[in-house]
Design a protein around this ligand. Structure first.
Ligand code: OOG
Ligand code: MG
Length: 258
């Protein structure tokens, strides 16, 4: 694809997000859309946001669990970019007014303590973290019917919409291998999973995003948030819902949907 085509598709996705209106998935008109171009579209989309005053907040992994791969029909882990405008206050409100078809999913998040430049192992990646916490991600595909191919969802910044972090814990005191993860709506458990569903271990997911960035000679900066990926399927949101994620021993985080 030419730089002009990449900018054009990033612009179309950006407009769809701002207008809260779904568009056709890009692969319908661009059957040959490849992964490399898709990541360029994703980055161009973030450049548009940063040019308007948004700030980089970190990275996320997506489709790292079987539950999500099966729900979305896409079988490969992907990475996306988090920005500060996406960050919600824990216990705060999420307005659905400008969203398309938002869903929520329970996650585990890492806070990077020192610049990560291609660590050698998941253990080494974890070593560089200053914090870990229960989290939730709100996803909102800009594509009609939440339907996409792998390049589509990468171009659409992996459906990123918003995220919220619980209380930050010391990663050296947390055993993340097999923690029960529950998503509650209005006090009822609607999804249950385990942290082991996230790429075998959430640290594997952290390591994978580090490796993806290192392959492009890029570090993950100290202070960045990294979402490891959902442990369960995502659940559609509606106004009035009180949503809470509970991660065994790690903590809880809640949002009210308006
Ligand atoms: C893609 C994003 C997947 C996760 O945690 O697996 C994701 C989507 O489901 O629309 O964020
Ligand atoms: Mg997610």
């Amino acid at each position: 694809m030419t730089p002009a085509q990449i900018a054009g598709l990033a612009g179309a996705l950006d407009e769809a997000r701002l207008a809260g209106r779904a568009i056709d998935r890009l692969s319908l008109a661009h059957a040959a859309l490849g992964l490399e171009d898709a990541y360029l579209i994703q980055e161009e989309g973030m450049r548009l946001r940063l040019a308007r005053g948004d700030k980089a907040a970190g990275l996320k992994m997506g489709l790292t669990s079987k539950a999500k791969m099966e729900q979305m029909g896409v079988k490969s882990p992907i990475r996306g970019i988090l920005s500060e405008e996406m960050r919600l206050s824990p216990g705060g409100a999420l307005s659905l007014s400008r969203l398309i078809h938002p869903r929520i999913e329970p996650e585990i998040a890492f806070i990077i303590g020192r610049d990560l430049n291609g660590p050698q192992s998941p253990e080494a990646a974890l070593e560089a973290c200053s914090g870990v916490c229960a989290a939730m991600e709100v996803i909102d595909s800009r594509f009609k019917a939440f339907n996409f191919t792998l390049p589509d969802v990468i171009a659409d910044n992996t459906s990123c919409c918003a995220f919220v972090l619980g209380e930050i814990r010391d990663p050296r005191r947390a055993d993340l291998a097999d923690l029960r993860m529950t998503l509650e709506i209005n006090g009822q458990a609607v999804q249950e999973g385990t942290s082991a569903a996230i790429y075998g271990h959430p640290a594997n997911s952290l390591f994978e995003v580090c490796s993806m960035m290192a392959a492009q000679c890029r570090a993950i900066k100290a202070g960045s948030v990294v979402l490891a990926g959902a442990a369960t399927q995502a659940v559609a949101l509606a106004p009035g819902m009180k949503v809470r994620a509970i991660v065994e021993t790690l903590g809880t985080v809640a949002l009210s949907v308006e």
